[in-house]
Design a binder for this molecule. Sequence first.
Ligand SMILES: [Ca+2]
Ligand SMILES: [Ca+2]
Ligand SMILES: [Ca+2]
Length: 214
Amino acid sequence: MKRIVFTLLAASLLVLVGGCRARVRVRAPRPSVTVQARAPQPPPPGATVSVTTGGAGVTVVDNYCNAGQPEVCNGLDDNCNGVIDEGCGFSSGNIQITLAWATGADLDLYVIDPSGFEISYQNRQSPTGGHLDHDARGACNRRQEGNTIENVYWDAQNPPGGQYRVEVHYWGECGVAGTTQATLSIAVGGQIIGAYNVVLNPRDRQAVAIFNMP
Ligand SMILES: [Ca+2]
Ligand SMILES: [Ca+2]
Ligand SMILES: [Ca+2]
């Protein structure tokens, strides 16, 4: 009899404990933001990174940086340290490609890597180590109003050799934007290899630059 009472008590306790467990909610950890801190590695000695600019509507930006000038979030390396827009909440690496604009349009950055993989907001990570870590929906997403920078980077020590193609798509006017000028910079191995202005009309998709890694 004692054994039966003890068994019943133990079973009741298990039910109570089980009931308590069922009411405990485990909150999922918040996603963390990682800022790339590793210094970019220069290209191998003697290697050259050749750049070809895109078609009509693309112009080269010169004389935009000064050492000691404050870095602002504009798609340019204002302080000449080889990193584009450091402190703006996205990463740099051995390759960094940053697009910025100043209207309410929603533009999208596309980078096609040497394997043919197309990195964009639709496919943010390539098997070759490329990441789109900052997406901007422009004024079309009211929760991201004023967010007009997209950024792609490779943090691998040796990004794959071959051709990288950089394109911009004017996805949406978001009501009022119209023709939009954007700025795009490319850094390789801690050096800026190209800075461009590109003028886009709604629904344009424009090749801005093509570069080859050794
Ligand atoms: Ca900089
Ligand atoms: Ca800047
Ligand atoms: Ca976008």
